[in-house]
Design a protein around this ligand. Sequence first.
Ligand code: ATP
Ligand code: MG
Length: 391
Amino acid sequence: MKEIILCKYGEIVLKGLNRGTFESELMKNVRRRLKPLGNFSLKSAQSTLYVEPLDDEIDMDEVFDRLKKVYGITKLSRAVGVEKNVKSIFGAAYERFGDILKVSKSFKVAAKRSDKSFYLTSPELAAQIGGMILEKLPHLKVDLFEPDVTIVCEIRAEGAYIHDIAEDGAGGIPVGTSGQGLLLLSGGIDSPVAGCMLAKRGVIISAIHFEAPPYTSERALMKVEKLAAKMSEYCGRISFYTVPFTRIQEEIKNNCPEEYFTLIMRRLMMEIAQRVAEKNGIEALITGESLGQVASQTMAAMVTTDAVCRMPVFRPCIGLDKREIIDISYKLGTYEISIEPYEDCCTVFTPRHPKTKPVLSDVEKAQAMYDFEPLIAEAVENTRVKNIKSY
Ligand code: ATP
Ligand code: MG
């Protein structure tokens, strides 16, 4: 019995003239994600993508799991293929739905016939299969409007397909349809969530991480790479930039007033990130900040960091509670990695009394006590890049 997977598009359907671009990005993403698993035929018809394995030994559970992580797909169902005769179709339908029908009150059979040469019309096929089910399970009622169980039978050129119950996909729009963003990725819970939220809206994600060895360890960096690899199950391949940040942090500590340490550090991170972005044709920055979560994430603090930014800064977690962010990270599978212990450069020189209502001119004055420009240029120059993907 051959199995195929049907993927329903979500918002792509609303895209009018741009629809072609959205569909072809989605196809490209699906093809890339499934390539390591074997050969497939992909066909698009009626807002549905049909994924059909061409090799015998393909692990369809793995295919289904991967497709559930592709943005742009709202619903997925598996369908088994059988021979095009009523006996086989009933057999497959009963095998798949028998257990649930036994504990249900009503059902309907929905038949679709794209192969018009089949010897029954769709209503005839539905009636016959429905009749055979009622014979086996006479407690059931047929309800065409609000059935407990719907069994979909589809007659196509190459065979008949019985559809499984549809599951939720990742939703959103395909990665590659909304430009490129550079995610400031720490080892925490919030930033991976922020990156995936924008990938869900079609943004190609690159990541930049600031390390401060020997204050931060090699293990901490490996943890962040592991997070990026997990994210790539959703975002696709990620260009991962690592910035050596130790000198800058030491000079902040040696030259600037303590209460401004974090704010100056964040302004320098933004400056370096946007230079790396500009060099690589990336159009926006993304952070995992959430309003009021810590001293550096008050509105006044963000005003002082945004003051150095020449490109849009997206903060998709801004209005989410920690609990809500955790729920998303749990679903993405990043949570388990994020809670592993690690040191972040942010916490290396944390001020005892950070300013929560900083005034921009005061921060600028504090930062001007040292000429950071040569160190910024050096950090950008020494930034390393590697590709990260999980498949
Ligand atoms: P997260 O859980 O994402 O670490 P957080 O609540 O710990 O967030 P902060 O440590 O204040 O918040 O950092 C705020 C944001 O700054 C992070 O979401 C991330 O986008 C960025 N950031 C923090 N540290 C780093 C780092 N070492 N490298 C890159 N970006 C960082
Ligand atoms: Mg953090």
